[in-house]
Write a protein that binds this ligand. Structure first.
Ligand SMILES: Nc1nc2c(ncn2[C@@H]2O[C@H](COP(=O)(O)OP(=O)(O)OP(=O)(O)O)[C@@H](O)[C@H]2O)c(=O)[nH]1
Length: 322
């Protein structure tokens, strides 16, 4: 029995709803709606894996429901099978043009319904798997840059709407080229995995988000977090990485693997761009590297301790134009 996938059945005739429910219920979680507006609401809230949609509905018909599902980014991906008594080739073509993935005609044949539903649920599982893979970094299993870009925009937009602060940190492993050169690429990969795991475990809230930005660079998004709070969290992370005590004989800054971090935060305004905040954090990372590595640079904040690094309080913490 597989209850992991959910099907929404939409039909205004109660006996049809019962019939389809009876056919599908043993294997799947089945939700029902007897009109278009309810179908749209349930689709949005429950995110079913498949919708069986009757074409003829009172008020808003199946074509309009399908159009509305396709027009909303939150529901446009949900596959829809049209179920109708209309069996002309013209109607079938119209349904498919509107974006239905398949077409089932009444009277329903139990074997056909189960087979088509099984096929489209399998395709949906595969689509979700591919989507997840396309958004995950294979080495560290953290979200990749692609996912980071869309997440940054989403948290930025949310912060604009809610007027809340958003902080961003860019993290870079120090002297990683020397690590690869002296210890080998395979060990280098292991370090990246460990750093990724330590970043994830150092984050405190479910809304915090970490991604591999590329190479030995990571980015953390901290919604509803002021810059000084983000700086403290990144300082804890810097220490947690040091505590891993991974020997790094080639490092010019520490005997163990260390990181440098740039932190920036703001209360986003509609006319500003999300990328500018990331750029600011990246500039501060550059500053952290220039001032000796193994440190966290934020808005006027700088790690007071770094093992043998040159902390130069004279260096400007803000860059012109940022
Ligand atoms: N093992 C491994 N190495 C990687 C991976 N991606 C990037 N690198 C290496 O990371 C190194 C980054 O080197 P640089 O950009 O010179 O920076 P760095 O040596 O860390 O120096 P600083 O950042 O200035 O401290 C390069 O040698 C890359 O080949 C990866 O997936 N695995």
């Amino acid at each position: 029995m597989n209850n992991s996938q959910t099907i929404l059945v939409v039909d205004d005739v109660e006996i049809n709803l019962h019939l389809l429910q009876g056919l599908l219920q043993p294997d799947h979680r089945v939700l029902t709606a007897d009109n278009g507006p309810d179908a749209l609401r349930i689709a949005l809230e429950q995110q079913p894996d498949l919708i069986l949609l009757d074409v003829i509905l009172p008020g808003m018909d199946g074509y309009e429901v399908l159009q509305r599902l396709r027009a909303d980014v939150r529901t446009k991906h949900i596959p829809v099978i049209f179920v109708t008594a209309l069996n002309s080739a013209e109607e079938e073509a119209r349904g498919l043009e509107f974006g239905a993935v398949d077409y089932i005609t009444k009277p329903l044949n139990a074997i056909t319904v189960r087979a088509r539903v099984a096929t489209h649920l399998k395709l949906e599982r595969q689509r979700r798997m591919l989507e997840a893979l396309a958004n995950i970094d294979g080495l560290t299993e953290l979200p990749n840059r692609r996912q980071l870009d869309s997440k940054l925009q989403a948290v930025w937009d949310h912060a604009v709407r809610s007027g809340s602060e958003l902080s961003v940190a860019v993290i870079d492993v120090d002297c990683f080229k020397q690590y690869n050169d002296s210890q080998g690429h395979a060990r280098g990969d292991n370090v990246l995995r460990l750093v990724a795991r330590t970043i994830s475990s150092s984050l405190q809230r479910s809304t915090d988000f970490a991604a591999r930005y590329g190479g030995e660079e990571f980015v953390v998004l901290l919604p509803a977090t002021p810059t000084d709070g983000a700086w403290l969290l990144m300082e804890t992370l810097r220490r947690n990485i040091e505590r891993l005590a991974i020997p790094h004989p080639g490092s010019t800054v520490s005997s163990v693997v260390s990181i440098s971090v740039g932190v920036a935060g703001c209360t986003p305004l509609p006319q500003q761009r999300a990328a500018s905040l990331l750029q600011k954090a990246d500039q501060r990372l550059y500053h952290a590297k220039r001032s000796g590595r193994n440190c966290v640079v934020g808005d006027g904040l700088h790690s007071s301790f770094n093992s043998g690094a040159l902390f130069s309080p004279d260096l400007p913490l803000d860059f012109p134009g940022l």
